[in-house]
Ligand binder design. Structure first.
Ligand code: PEP
Ligand code: MG
Length: 597
């Protein structure tokens, strides 16, 4: 797979964290693409040569059109017409009469070489687009750049060197990759790719996921840190890249890779199977998403719905706040893609470790204990109500449930509901349809909400336990501080007892109780949580198959016994060891996967 002999042990190990763009783990040697120089020199031309320049331009346009049509056909056949359409947009750029005419006119007027003039016109287009507010138009900039570069290469006589140049299997490292570069990647040759810039929602990332080429983007300066031939581990699941890894790292990631591939194989078998125990107890198994396009992954991994839609990600990485219309479109697409299954839409959960550059939120001593989530939303009804309006409007396109984060008691829950009711009234007045029966639930992630869950259960339509925060607040352990990570114990008796209390209080009022923290995807916790009576598990899509495997391998009655035993234990360590032991006993098939993690 890769040649260990090439490894230079003198090379310094570098670990980088970027944005996971397409899942999978690969280990291989780097092929670094430096920035491409497509700056043509300015050359004066004689009047009699003007027509020849224009002819050269027309030939380049025809050549570019042929290239794009062939990519479009390839992608439409391999991935479907939807993906092919990206390149139809490229063809439109090519056929833009204004652009073509402008180039011809300027060549005639300025008497300069056509590649220089074209580059000038292209830059003016890109500059104008980068200044417009409309996000859709700004996104089209990458299409124009992509086509523009192609035309320039054809004018300057350079070839589309990038992907063609690769003769052996490698991990591509580049400053950026255009969607068309990604589309031309040969899965057999490109093991994975990592880029300095880029986001999860770029066409490049979408294409990588569809082609199943593991990718990490937004690594900032990886092109300066990696040399051709360096050994690289690329983990597209967690967005990690390790350059010049030690033997230990290689062994660890080889195990991770095997585990991932093993799970992926199981996936095909599990996807359509029911999420239920041997003795017929049905459990809802859903997925967590951050962005609308993540729905596909939940469905692909066999999730029955979305148990947590973290809407705040839609507000990140941008200069302005998303308008009601933009939000509505995003939420509507999630509703429609998930239909007939449910989506729990969580309202904005900002603050803590999630900040927005466009909002001037003052720095706080303890951001996790500060102006966060529902507290922020109640203080900023302009932002909160805009979001509520967008969610409600989208609710008529699918099966939505609404959930508030960081609720600390019933008063806060009521205050949020007052604003919700005001928004509903506005919509009714304007005859704008929405789901009148949309269930409204509370996240239980603050100990005070857990302790008063009996009161909250009388007013909330459902609970979703947010263990990521509940653990940090209950045990007073900052969830992002690695120095005290050893104290962050999901099996601490306080946590187990609190979860039981929340489930029991919910059930007393006949409301369903789910859990959407990382604990729901922690394989060693599944039996305990099921035994405690949890109705719904929601986890990152990739963990869904493993969790389903556990459900389908055990009896609910056994899980109940395990949970009962756990409730009498005194320490987190004791519970953790017992949980592993029981998993080993009841689901021996999963142990191979576990021991490799
Ligand atoms: C949680 O706190 O458990 C949770 C699911 O929410 P987040 O991780 O977004 O805070
Ligand atoms: Mg939380």
């Amino acid at each position: 797979m890769y040649d260990n002999k090439k490894d230079n042990m003198q090379n310094k190990i570098i670990q980088l964290k970027g944005i996971p763009a397409a899942p999978g783990i690969v280990i291989g040697h780097a092929h670094v693409f430096g920035a491409e120089d497509l700056t043509p020199s300015e050359i004066k031309i004689e009047a009699e040569n003007v027509n020849a320049e224009i002819e050269k331009f027309k030939v380049a346009l025809i050549k570019t059109k042929k290239e794009i049509t062939s990519i479009e056909n390839k992608i439409s056949v391999e991935l479907g017409v939807e993906h092919g359409k990206i390149f139809s947009a490229h063809l439109l750029v090519l056929e833009d009469a204004v652009l073509v005419e402008e180039v011809i006119l300027r060549v005639k007027k300025k008497k300069r070489n056509v590649e220089f003039i074209f580059s000038e016109v292209l830059n003016s287009y890109v500059k104008a687009l980068s200044e417009v507010k409309d996000e859709y138009l700004r996104d089209r900039m990458s299409d124009i750049m992509d086509v523009g570069k192609r035309i320039l290469r054809n004018l300057m006589g350079t070839t589309d060197y990038r992907m063609e140049e690769l003769s052996e299997k490698c991990i591509v490292i580049a400053y950026d990759l255009a969607p068309s570069d990604t589309a031309m990647m040969h899965k057999g040759r490109v093991l994975g790719f990592a880029t300095d810039i880029g986001g999860r929602t770029s066409h490049t990332a979408i294409m990588a996921k569809s082609l199943e080429i593991p990718a990490v983007v937004g690594l900032d300066n990886i092109t300066h840190l990696v040399k051709n031939g360096d050994l690289v581990i690329l983990d597209g699941i967690h967005g990690v890249v390790i350059v010049n890894p030690t033997k230990n790292f290689i062994e660890k990631y080889e195990r991770e890779k095997e585990k991932y591939e093993h799970l992926e194989r199981d996936l095909t078998e599990l996807r359509n199977l029911k999420s239920e125990t041997i003795d017929g107890k049905k459990v809802i198994l859903a997925g967590n998403i951050e962005l609308p396009e993540d729905v596909a992954s939940v469905i692909a991994h066999g999730g029955e719905g979305i148990g947590l839609y973290r809407t705040e990600y839609f507000f990140m990485n941008r200069q302005d706040l998303p308008s009601e219309e933009e939000q509505f479109n995003a939420y509507k697409s999630v509703a429609m893609r998930t239909k007939p299954n449910f989506v729990i839409v969580r309202t904005l959960d900002l603050g803590g470790d999630k900040f927005l550059s466009q909002l001037d939120i003052p720095k706080e001593m303890n951001p996790f204990l500060g102006w966060r989530a529902i507290r922020f939303c109640l203080a900023r009804p302009d932002i909160f109500k805009t979001q509520l309006r967008a969610i409600l409007r989208a609710s008529s396109y699918g099966k939505f449930k609404l959930m508030y984060p960081l609720i600390s008691g019933v008063e806060e829950f009521r205050k949020a509901n007052v604003m919700l009711e005001e928004v509903k009234q506005e919509l009714r007045k304007k005859n704008i349809p929405f789901d009148e029966k949309i269930p409204v639930g509370a996240m239980i992630e603050v100990p005070s909400a857990a302790m008063t869950s009996d009161i909250l259960a009388k007013e909330a339509a459902f609970f979703s336990i947010g263990t990521n925060d509940l653990i940090q607040y209950t045990l007073a352990v900052d969830r992002v501080n690695e120095k005290i990570a050893y104290l962050y114990e999901p099996t601490h008796p306080a946590i187990i007892h609190m979860i039981k209390m929340i489930i029991d209080n919910g059930h007393k009022e006949n409301i369903p109780v789910g859990l959407c923290g990382e604990m729901a995807g922690d394989i060693s916790m599944i039996i305990i949580l099921l035994g405690l009576g949890l109705d719904e598990f929601s986890t990152s899509p990739i963990a869904i198959p493993e969790v389903k495997k556990v459900f389908r391998s055990i009896k609910y009655s056994d899980a109940q016994k395990v949970a009962e035993n756990v409730l009498s234990m005194k320490t987190g360590k004791e519970i953790q060891e017992y949980a592993y032991l029981m998993l080993k006993k009841l689901v021996p098939a999963i142990i191979n996967d576990l021991s490799s993690s």
